[in-house]
Design a protein. Sequence first.
Length: 216
Amino acid sequence: MKAVIFDFDGLILDTETVWYEAYKETMAFYKSDLPLEHFVKCIGTDNIELNQYFKEQLGESYNIEEIESRAKSLHEVKMKTSQAREGVKDYLEEAKKSGYKIALASSSKKEWVTHHLGELGLLHYFEVIITGDEVDKVKPAPDLYVLAIEVLGIQPTEAVAFEDSLNGLQAALTAGLKCVIVPNPVTEALAFENHHLRLRSMMDKSLTDVIKLMEQ
């Protein structure tokens, strides 16, 4: 292995659980609900299916700009006290000391990712950051990982991806990478298949031990 490639939302920073809470509270304002099974479809990808659900539920009350604005305001308040998920900094430090190339592949926009990485003090670890505004299709399409591999100058078999969502897992596998799943509270019940390893958190195993398993 020559490189480690991380997802961002839900993996490094658990923005996903907070988004779910924000959208659920927003739907409650409209006297409606947002079951988790509908929200998880948008994790790791865009909000097309989620917006369709809102439209079906709210009918004439549907105003996507208003929904997004209300949810974003709630999200910003909730995120002010957020920290990186446990073990993330340890993995980044271990990767750096071990000489692995460190990249990030996220369906989110670059400004969103770099802002939060900066806030967390983690931005300097990443040699390559590939985001949704640089590719034609976001996850579950493999485009983000394909571009990351290309920029890193390595083969897909020389990298391991870390993901928290089904869309991310599919993208990594389609691009030819091995994939480690580290679910968060809103993705832990999903039916992950064909992944190479699953961890409850990055505290479960050291990066060195994970790489050894991937190389077997």
